[in-house]
Design a protein around this ligand. Sequence first.
Ligand code: IMP
Ligand code: MG
Length: 179
Amino acid sequence: MSSITLHDKSFRPFIPYERLEAAIDAVAEKINSDYEGCEDVPVLMCTLNGAIMFCAELMKRLRFKCQLSCIKLSSYQGTQSTGTVLTTLGPTCDVKGRRVIICEDIVDTGNTIIALQEMLQHQGAAQVRICTMLLKPEVYDKDVPLDYVAMEVPNAFIVGFGLDYNELGRNLKDIYVLE
Ligand code: IMP
Ligand code: MG
């Protein structure tokens, strides 16, 4: 793996796919142990676009009946969080009375995920749990505990495996960090 350039910035290799895979295996097992044998059909809420790769990898490891729904939120411009969370699409199913597992790519300040959790609770979800592939624990400042975290990362800007820098880099199989 060598460094890459996206727009005006260089990124160096940071987390290889094999490590992501192992972390996703482990988090999927935790979810399975909590939900396997359930009689309801929980909703897996994929936060577009970033979580699309993680959600696909996670879903194929889950051993209970679940429904996929998507929602699109936006709080980032370039490499900075703006603090305001906007819903630009979805959710693509009615969550009333349903148990929902939010499937997020990365939790930074937590603004996005907490706003989404509150929104789904408002819409009548029976339970809303949070599953994130990555967490920046140095930045996350909310009191809400995160139910499932696949991997923790330092406070740096990263791309790849769904994560973008101004819409580029999502297709990278490994994760790269800003140089
Ligand atoms: P938060 O609301 O500050 O927690 O930001 C969460 C959202 O910002 C994530 O869903 C990502 O889409 C985006 N984000 C946060 N950190 C990064 C990063 O390092 N690279 C790319 N996108 C990021
Ligand atoms: Mg996201």
